[in-house]
Write a protein that binds this ligand. Sequence first.
Ligand code: DO4
Ligand code: MG
Length: 298
Amino acid sequence: MKIIRFLDENHTLQLAAVNNEDQVYVLPFKHFTDVIHTANLKNSTPVHLIQEVIYQSLPLESALKDLTLLTPIDAPEVWAAGVTYEKSRDERNYEATGGKLNASTFYDKVYNAERPELFMKSTRDRTVGPDQDVYLRGDSNWQIPEPELGLVLDYQGDILGYTIGNDMSCRDIEGDNPLYLPQAKIWKSSCSIGPSIRLVETVEDPYKLQITCRIFRNEEKVFESSASTSQLKRKLTELTSYLVRDNIVFDGTVLLTGSCIVPPHNFTLTDGDRIEIEIPEIGILNNLAKAQIKESNY
Ligand code: DO4
Ligand code: MG
């Protein structure tokens, strides 16, 4: 069972459930967090609550593929974990040493440490959804998408569902100096999530999810690679338990779990590239990369 949001023909936002046959059922709630709250009040679960609605209604006539999808949730904050896969550690070492292969740096330390690396990635207004543009920074020459499994959390850090995230990143800025991490990670429209939230109870094993990233330039595929969440160094609850420590976590916060897919060293995104990130249980997150209009403020 998946949750989506879409704009109907009157440009009204609708929350909907999608079953295994891709049938879409409009839900009598505006936000995914309303489903959670109502389920809690009724001593029920989101899946049961949604099933009740489905039994009493008919699916939409429009096909899922024809809907104008939005972010499945207005995540007040998006956090991200870093260096949770060997591949990420190796690539960070490469960029931090000006391009040395098999180098060893402080990224080895964070990969092996008890405490994971967690950082603030985005806020609601910086986050885009399916088919919207992600922006490229004007002052970076080495930019990549980071395809990641995203966890949708409640205020206690409990995992309610899974989504896909794109942690757009500037390798040259982070490689220059790790203290530049916020600038290498956060700018206007530098994060994308969607296309759905797969309810936690309907995923058998979150460590068996296949993530595929494809990049198209002028509709020609210039990159494709896949990875599995089985390669994740840490447990998902290990990441969430550090996020909630002495912190305020809002219902609907998204935590990205790190990237294991990195394009070749000579690859950088350019204006018009189309990025597809697929986790079959969740869907395909599709975004165009757009060059930022150079502002006069730099
Ligand atoms: O340490 C920097 C961030 C790494 C990251 O975003 C990732 O591993 O996905
Ligand atoms: Mg990342």
